[in-house]
Structures are given as C-alpha cells and as structure tokens.
Write a protein that binds this ligand. Sequence first.
Ligand code: URA
Ligand code: CA
Length: 437
Amino acid sequence: MRMVDLIEKKRLGREHTKEEIGFIVNGFAAGDVPDYQMSAWMMAVCFMGMSERETSALTMAMKDSGDTVDLSDLPGVKVDKHSTGGVGDTTTLVVGPLVAACGGTVAKMSGRGLGHTGGTLDKLESVPGVKTSVSIDRFKEIVKETGVCVIGQSEGLVPADQKMYALRDVTSTVQSIPLIASSVMSKKLAAGTDAIVLDVKTGSGAFMQTLAEARLLARTMVKIGALLNKKTVAIITDMNQPLGLSVGNGLEVKEAVELLSGKIEESYPLYEVCMLLASHMLMVSGLAPTEAYARERLKHALASGEGLRRLKCMIEALGGDTAYIDAPELLCQVERKLSVTLEGEGYISAMDAERIGIAAQMLGAGREKKTDPIDHAVGLVMHKRMGNRVEKGEPVATFYVNGAERLDEALAMFKSAFRLSAVKPPHAPMVYDVITN
Ligand code: URA
Ligand code: CA
C-alpha cells in the first residue's frame, strides 16, 4: 500500500477499507507516514467525509494505537461524560459528584483547556494541592472509595489522536465530523468506560456552529458507541453564550461548588444542563428507569449535600486542600476587579461565546499554545444573559484581573462579542435534542 494512493482515493470520495485505515493510522503513529501526507489525507476527509464503517474503523485503529485502561475490576457500570468543548462549562465538576452520590461510578479522564475553551483539569488544579496525574491503580482506588474520580489522560492513551490533533490544529482540519467523532470516541473507548453521555455543543462558541452539524456529529458518535457495544447518549446543548456565568478556572470551581451547595436556582441554564446530563448518566448506568426518577434522586443528592461531599472527597484524594471548597472565593483572589460596560443600551441579541472565551484567555485564564502557563484566579463573571436588557452604563460583567498586560485587548475582544438591539429577541432553547440509539 502507498499513502499517496490512499490520499487520492479519499480525494475522489471513495470508501477506504478497514485495512487501509489501519495502514494510515498505524503508519502515522509510527512515524512512517509524514505530516504532509497525513495533512493532505485529513484535508481530503474534511471535504469528502467518511462512511459510518470508515469512521468506526478509524475510531478502532486510533484506540488500538496505544495503551487501554481496564476498569472491569471496578463494580457497576462505569460511566463517563464528555463535552465537545465549551465556555463556562463546569458541568463535569457538578455531575461527577452528583452521579456518584446516587450510586453511579464515574471514572473520567479529562483534558486541559486550549484556545477559547476551558478544561476540567485546569479547573481542578486551581484548588491548591490537587494533582491530576495519578497512577491508574490510584485512580481506581479513588473511584472505589468515592464513586468519582477525574484525572488527566495517561500519556500512552491514543497516541495517534495526540499526533493527529496537533496536526489538525495547524492545518485547519479540526472541523470534520468523522475526525472529531473518532477523536472523541477513541479516547472514551481507550479509557475503559462502559457507558458514555456526550454533551455536543452548538452555536458561536462550539466546533459545530449549526444545529444540523451538531446533530450529525451526535448521531455519528452515538452510532459508533452502539457498534462498539458501549451505551451512548448525546445531548445537544446551546453554546451561543457561556453555559455558566463564570469563565475562568477558580471562578468556575466556585460556581460548581455553589450549584452543589444548592445556591443556584433551577431556572438557571447550568443547573438544567447538569441535571439533564446527570439524569442520562444514571439511566445509562441502569440506576434510574426514567428521567423523572433520576431527577428526583439527583435533587435529593443536592439537597442533602451528598454531592458536595463527594466533590470534597475527590479533591482530598487528589491531594487538594478542601478549605478552598468550603470558602471557594479564596480560589479567585486577584489584584483587582473591574466592571465592564458596553456602549449603548438595549437587549442582548447576540453574544459570541468564543470571543468571551478568548477574552478570558487573554486575561490569563487559558492558553494559546499547549505550553503556555495559566493563572487560575483570573477570568470573568457575566451579569447578563442573552435576551437581557442592558441600560446605558450598566455593567454586563466583572473582570478578575492580575497584571494589565493584555487587559485592553481582552476588553476589546469581550465587547466585540455583543450585539444590542432595540427589540427583545425570541427566547432561545438551552437544550435542543437528546440522541439515543
Ligand atoms: N475534542 C476532541 O477530543 N477531539 C476533537 O477532534 C474535537 C474536540
Ligand atoms: Ca470542557
């Protein structure tokens, strides 16, 4: 087999065999297929797409490119939750402990934030002492003891994805449904979970900017899950504004703690998405026959404080100081807080979540490159949501700032995210669809 022939085959829109896909993935992982050929092939995939069979074969080949984790000695159904990347999305820190409090087993490997999106590992590490690189044996022990553990993905897992993702990032080949689906699902499968609940984002802050694309990505991943015998459900949620009000690592932990402390109203979008995700996690785990029953149990876990207790147990097991969970404002101590206003007045008719995420990144909450350092305390807190009225001079957000290096740039980026209009825009849904097999 020659790589150049396979690139041509895909360029002409033909279907690869399983063997051909294995040749491409293994060749690239081993260094036999050079970056330029892999880039050309991935670009052809972006334009010509892949069949379901090809996407499944790609997922399996990627999964088999490295180590896999065996969780079969842990009791019960191991359930994982994955988001395709959002802004102000602190759901993992809420749903993991809540599901554990209801008897679920949440063993999750998570990633770091890159670009405008945050990552759960960075949020966890905003708690002093937390170490997210623990051995698989210790990971399993923590899951056994507390029902939930979130750690960093081990080095040896899905090396093909690590290499492919780095190349996609710089060749404009991220935005492809088969490439995203195989990237996400290969990691989930390698991490050894039995059931997966996916949160597929759509809107200005998401990879999939239209609902139709998000649906197709969700269906593709659910089908791959089913073909490979993992119970998979996908929820399609809105990312036309940050999910929670906080964007920044310590600030998002604080918001998660507030939710787990019962301090956040049910009408609040972050609450609703957490409840929906957690309900489906309980259902795919066989712990709740209906969504109504799942919600009842979850509400009880919130009200009793058991969810919060599980979060603290996990933080403690990872070496973190739980005094910061008791007083989460300690996580966001900054040199100064700055009220941000917009020019003009009116109803917020558009809010570009990606720009808001980039503004937080410019304040130091995120990275441009993988190796950039981050400041866990900085970020921003929104005071308004889509459709809200803004009076002249009324603050729409508070910036949490250390140093002023990129403050002006961050302010300009943030302000450019908004559009104000004279008429109130129609109410947009938070959850668009639930895709089951
Ligand atoms: N998240 C992933 O893990 N992979 C992608 O390709 C896109 C989002
Ligand atoms: Ca995330």
